[in-house]
Write a protein that binds this ligand. Structure first.
Ligand code: CS2
Length: 499
């Protein structure tokens, strides 16, 4: 007879093997205090784990209502499990399993935008956190709101039935204002520079467009309120979270003795630096390892330029060198040396006097990138390069250019991105990674123009370096790398750098 295994849920928690950490609090008594937009694996390994610790310490007002803006997959996996899931904290040779209980309920925005708005307007909701990925902020090439994006047009025309984070936040803040409910604090947790201020600017822009329509409809005007009365603290978030595989699911089920439809894999390291600006209150995060500061800027720059910048380099050069995972790519002596060169170029661009310890930081990064238990796929990091490279690579390269220092390693990352995009459907599988600009990028790359023309067109398309006076220099140096990559792959490009 075939035995069916039960699944993870409140009812099966007590049956889990000793050694599995489970929520040590009464989940029935959590009050919802946070709505999170974008309940992907990253949120579940990061913010939800910190909040789980607050709840365990008795601060029960911060339960999370998880919202997916697009797909029902996470809700479908977690709802039958009462919102519970396993966090597998993996380092080479070790694995710690922890069941997280901080997600109380899950909503899927396209199915029921009204329910999402109800959660956002609930007076208990005092913080809205976001991990919706870089591309969902709908920035145009120049950095402002992409006002021509169909979802923005839709949300302006249908404020009660939004699709975008902007539409939900603006409508919820308008309803709270009309009802006399104080606004929630908006805490952006995506890898954008000055992420709080960036979202604040984009949302104010959206609200101004909305107000222009509301003026005739007699609806609540919201732009001034958002500009002046809503807090948007910035935050730097860090934890490496590879996508879960079926092998992970099978292994975790074997270890737990119950099925978990969507466990999350991560590393031991985690970091969260948050600007302390929460007029509506917040959990005592500092008790659980969150660093509360006045200015997140230096930490954000260090993380984006050293961790994420190196990650993108390892991903594109790794893909072009045939490495499927970060640890394997990083074990390649040429790539390892390349990353040191990239760090040497990027470190001087970081603010002095902010007390950043870059040598300890990069030593720690080297160890994290070498974690063989993560199998973090280069293709995963390769996604959405057009959205990631400006803050990870281009910003540092432009600052090097202004300071008169080297930036050849930085520009090789841009060339490697272009070459990796062009390799899809040839030496890399079709659709191996994706980008919101794929349609235009593919059409351009299919023309096989000379390197200089290709790089210029890609910079135009992605808005790289904007109208910076030195844009042309960046293009020329990137084009030289692309010539090398086209001729003989990373080997020749590395050789030109003396690697
Ligand atoms: C990665 C990040 O996929 C990517 O682009 O660089 O997700 C990275 O793993 C995290 O930012 C680490 O905190």
């Amino acid at each position: 007879m075939l035995m069916t295994r039960s699944h993870l849920s409140d009812a099966t928690l007590q049956k889990l093997p000793a050694g599995t950490k489970i929520p040590a609090y009464d989940r029935g008594h959590i009050a919802p205090g946070i709505v999170h937009l974008g309940v992907g694996a990253f949120h579940r390994a990061h913010q939800a784990a910190y909040v789980d610790e607050c709840l365990a310490a008795g601060d029960m007002e911060w339960g999370i209502t998880g919202v997916s803006l697009r797909s029902p997959d996470t809700r479908d996996a977690l709802s039958p499990q009462d919102g519970l899931y396993t966090l597998a904290i993996r380092s080479s040779g070790e694995e710690e399993l922890r069941v997280i209980g901080s997600i109380q309920s899950m909503l899927v925005a396209p199915e029921d935008p009204g329910a999402v708005l109800a959660a956002l307007t609930d007076p208990h909701t005092r913080i809205v956190t976001l991990t919706i990925t870089e591309k969902a902020y709908l920035r145009a090439a120049g950095g402002g709101l992409d006002v021509a994006h169909p979802d923005i047009t839709h949300d302006l025309a249908n404020p009660q039935l939004p699709k975008t984070a902007h539409g939900f936040l603006a409508e919820a803040l308008a309803r709270r204002l009309a009802a006399g409910t104080p606004p929630f604090t908006v805490l952006c947790c995506d890898n954008l520079p000055a992420n709080g201020a960036t979202l604040h600017r984009l949302l104010t822009e959206f609200a101004e467009l909305r107000d222009a329509r509301s003026a005739t409809a007699g609806d609540t005007m919201i732009a001034d309120h958002i500009a002046n009365a809503v807090a948007f603290p910035s935050s730097m978030v860090d934890r490496i979270v590879p996508a879960t595989t079926d092998a992970d699911r099978a292994r975790i089920a074997g270890e737990l003795g119950v099925d978990d439809a969507w466990p999350v894999m991560t590393e031991p390291f985690r970091q969260w630096v948050v600007e302390d600006n929460f007029p509506a209150g917040r959990p005592d995060w500092e008790k659980f390892g969150v660093t509360m500061v006045g200015d997140v800027g230096p930490f954000e720059d260090m993380k984006l330029r050293l961790l994420n910048g190196a990650h993108s380099g390892v991903a594109y050069l790794g893909l072009l060198s045939g490495h499927a995972t970060v640890d394997r790519a990083f074990a390649d002596p040429a790539i390892r040396k390349f990353v040191d060169g990239l760090w040497a170029e990027a470190i001087p661009t970081l603010p002095e006097g902010a007390g950043l310890d870059t040598s300890t930081y990069t030593a720690e990064l080297a160890e994290r990138f070498s974690n063989t238990a993560l199998a973090h796929r280069t293709a995963q990091i390769a996604n959405d390069g057009s959205q990631k490279l400006p803050q990870r690579i281009i910003a540092s390269a432009l600052e090097c250019l202004e300071a008169g220092t080297e930036f050849v390693h930085l520009t090789l990352v841009v060339a490697a991105w272009i070459a990796a995009c062009a390799a899809r459907g040839k030496t890399l599988p079709e659709g191996h990674f994706t980008d919101p600009l794929d349609a235009a990028l593919t059409a351009l790359l299919d023309q096989q123009l000379p390197a200089n023309e290709t790089v210029t067109a890609v910079f135009d398309l992605a808005g790289f370096a904007g109208d910076h006076a030195e844009r042309q220099t960046l293009i020329e140096i990137t084009a030289v790398h692309l010539v090398h990559l086209r001729r003989d792959g990373p080997t020749l490009a590395f050789a030109a750098l003396g690697i």
